[in-house]
Design a protein around this ligand. Structure first.
Ligand code: FAD
Ligand code: SF4
Length: 216
């Protein structure tokens, strides 16, 4: 049985501190945040994700949606998908975001799923989720059976000869269309990343999915 530590930091600084102890940014990352758990727990049960440290962020004060002085909206990492899709300002000014969220999953899942968890969910490629199969994204340099295999829902643009996986998030498509900015906290402070620069194309490093690195 794979064992892991379960931590419940009291504030964001504490969460950043324990997350910074991650050993690797590659497959089976050492540390994972637990938000709604609707996809992470599935991947842990499948042994696709094998963190040794699980950090529950549900008690952190990150569940607010606030107007910004520039006229935008700042959406907390743990805002539930349902709350975001039903928010009156989202329904009035960012209807594509509301529609995209409602297009995904089920009401029960959307009630649990969070903004950051949705942003960071991993591909639905069936080989990625099957540890009996090789997969460059899960284990670098093992191969990509999807290229010559079952790939009907995978990508035709932005692919490489090592991975043709798609990002599975409906919400991310709307966020990209709205040119959202992702605000990241790390040991080196806070930084803002345009969503178009946040997710990485597979290239030769499909195991790297975003610009996030442990602790930064
Ligand atoms: C049956 C089913 C059907 C689905 N259908 C759809 C669909 O049609 N469309 C769609 O878009 N999605 C679909 N989903 C996916 C669903 O949207 C995601 O499971 C959900 O959004 C993930 O959010 P979460 O809060 O539960 O994330 P979690 O499972 O808690 O976490 C997901 C990942 O994000 C990381 N993470 C979470 N919060 C943070 C943070 N603050 N900082 C850094 N990392 C963080 C976690 O460590 C983990 O790696 C489906 C899921 C299921 C189970
Ligand atoms: S498409 Fe990507 S995720 Fe799917 S098997 Fe190939 S390398 Fe793995």
């Amino acid at each position: 049985m794979h064992t892991f530590e379960f931590l419940r930091p009291q504030d964001s600084a504490g969460a950043v501190r324990v997350a910074a102890q991650a050993k690797t940014a590659q497959q089976g990352a050492d540390v994972r945040f637990l938000a709604g758990g609707t996809t992470l727990l599935d991947l842990m049960k499948l042994n696709v994700e094998t963190p040794t440290r699980l950090i529950d962020i549900n008690r952190l004060p990150l569940a607010k949606i606030e107007a910004t002085p520039e006229g935008g909206l700042r959406i907390g990492a743990t805002v539930r998908n349902t709350d975001l899709a039903h928010h009156p300002v989202v329904q009035r000014d960012y209807v594509v975001l509301s529609q995209a969220i409602f297009a995904g999953a089920s009401a029960q899942l959307r009630n649990m799923a969070t903004t950051a968890g949705n942003l960071l969910q991993r591909t639905r490629c069936m080989y990625f989720r099957d540890t009996a199969m090789p997969c460059n994204k899960r284990e670098p340099d093992t191969g990509c059976p999807a290229i010559a295999g079952s790939n009907r829902t995978l990508a035709v643009l932005g692919t490489s000869d090592t991975c043709i996986a798609t990002n599975p998030s409906d919400m991310n498509v709307a966020m990209a269309a709205l040119e959202a900015t992702v605000h990241v906290q790390g040991t080196k402070g806070a930084r803002a990343v345009p969503i178009g620069d946040f997710h990485l194309l597979p290239g030769h490093t499909p195991h790297r999915e975003t610009v996030l690195e442990p602790g930064t």
